[in-house]
Structures are given as C-alpha cells and as structure tokens.
Design a protein around this ligand. Sequence first.
Ligand code: AVI
Length: 343
Amino acid sequence: MKFSDTLFELPSAAAPAPTPRFINLRGRESPGQPPRSTVQELTEGLMAEAASVSPKFFYNALGSRLFEAITALDEYYPSRTEAGIFQAASAQMAGALAENGLSHPCLIDLGAGNCAKAMALIPPLQPRQYVPVDISVDFLKDAAAQVQNSFPALDIVGVGMDFSAGLALPDEVQGRDRVFFYPGSSLGNFQPAQALAFLRHMADPAQGKARGLLLGIDLVKDAATLEAAYDDALGVTAAFNKNLLRNVNELLAADFDVRQWRHVALFNAAQSRIEMHLQALSDVTVQWPGHSRRFLAGERIHTESSCKYTVESMTAQLKLAGFRHIRHWSDPQDWFAVFWAAL
Ligand code: AVI
C-alpha cells in the first residue's frame, strides 16, 4: 500500500485508532508541588522591581481554552489570517518542502494546542511522523488522540514539555528530516534576541536538528488594529490575562485576588511589540510561602510581549540563525506572513 493510502485510511469499527504515544517531560506538577524551578522563576519575576510573569503561565487548562476563544474573536485577526494563508498556499508550501528533499518530514508542532493548524497541513505535507509539543499536557493528550482518530495510520508522538527551555526531544522522535512547525506568531512572544537564540538552537545539528522551519509571524501594522486584537470588546483577552493570576495562585499557593487587577494592552512602537500587563487597581499585598510583595495602585506586572516583525526583519533573523532558501507567503493586506526556511 502506498504511503498516502495508509495515512488517510479511515478508522473502521473493527480497528479503532490507536492511542498515540505520549511522553511527558514536564515532571510532577500537582497543585502545591510544582517543580522547584517554576517556584523560583515565578518568585524572581514577582519580586523584581518591574514585576513580570512569563506568558507561558497563561496556559493552564482554562488558559488554553480561553486562548482558543481568543482565536475566534473578530478583533484577533492573526489566526484567521494565517489560516487563510495556509489554505491558499499549502500546496506551494508542500512543493517548497519537496524541493528541499522533505516530502515526508517529521513534523514537529511547537505549541500544538488543539493541533487544529497541523491537522489542516497533514494532508498536503504528508508527514512520516507527527510530533505535537505543548506545555499544557492534558489538553495536548486529548488533542493528539483526536489527530490519531483522523489519521489512524500516522505515527504520532506527543511530547509534554516547556520547549522555551530547550529542544531536547525524546528518542522516540526521529532525528532525520525534521521540520519544525511554529505557527501563530508564537515566536513573537520571545524578545528578538531570545527569538534568534531559539532559531539557532532549532537549526543546531546537535540540538533541534531542524532541516526546515514553517513559521507563522504577525507583521507590524497600525496601532489601533494591534491594540484591539489584544483588548477585545468581550473581554476574553482580559480574562485570559487575569487567569494567569489564578494559575500563579495554584502554582505558588499565592493569594492574588483577580478582582483587584485590570488588563492593559498597548503597542510599544519603539520596540515593535504589543505589551500586556496586569495593573493593580488599589494598593495590594500578595503573599506566598516565604514571600510577600506589596504593589501600589497603578503598578503593573508585565505578562506578555508580542513582537511584530516586517518581512525584512524576519528574513534577517532567519538568515542570522543559519537558515537559507527562505521564502514567504502573506495575505492581501500584508498583516501576517508564513515563512519557509530550510538549512
Ligand atoms: C500565543 N501568542 C502568539 C499570542 C499572541 O498573539 O501573542 C498570545 C495572545 N496573547 C493575547 N492574545 C493572544
């Protein structure tokens, strides 16, 4: 049977889809017992003069669902714009991969979430192995099982890990023909210098072992459009931002009162990034074991930066990271771009 026949074979009643393999590298994270590094990282950020919490702490189970809701909002144009680009150009993308000898790649989906974006790319890209990776383990397990249901013959290895800390993937992930799929402008959540380091790490033959990268990135545009995308009328993004405090409460046994904070989103043009903050509505003292922090009214916790690139600035980043054969596709308004970059 040809590869394509087995990949798209429908599940029959007699042979239910297998449960995909799943490797959890996140360690034990029951409430009250997060890894020591998590406690340390959160404590350092909250105790800093300019307090901050990494955006990775948005994504507990509720946060992942709230993010899914954000992607359906009218104001949040990145998801639908990127989906339109994939729909229009996925055959050309498959052609670009094939030109680089990657007709049946190992597709590594960074921050896979509900795996919906990759599901649409599996038919045109025909991966030999699909590796969804996410920090939100339970959410990912369910999503990987759904992918397996749709593609019963596809080799799937789900990996629960914080890939912002490194890309050392388990041995079950094939080492050759690796194509990283990093959609949704998630690279924008790193500062440009960190983004470059991450791209270099991906391309390193001793680390990520990438042969190619499919990258979705949001482009610079007018401030009003950008700010509306991060401060929607329904308040979903505000809930997503404030839910981070609930996650911190759970991880640190802290006592943030969500009602004492307001959501702030602004475009910092000088740094070409949207910033999200939580701002104290009045003086508040927050406590967790061994620590206490007083925030004055108006003081902020920086929770996310979402850097916006131009086609030129992202091309330059990819070149600096060692990628060659770079091309991109964008929408008619040039609001978003998908890059293919091969080594
Ligand atoms: C996941 N990441 C690319 C989103 C972004 O646009 O920076 C997260 C997000 N934050 C608020 N809305 C969406």
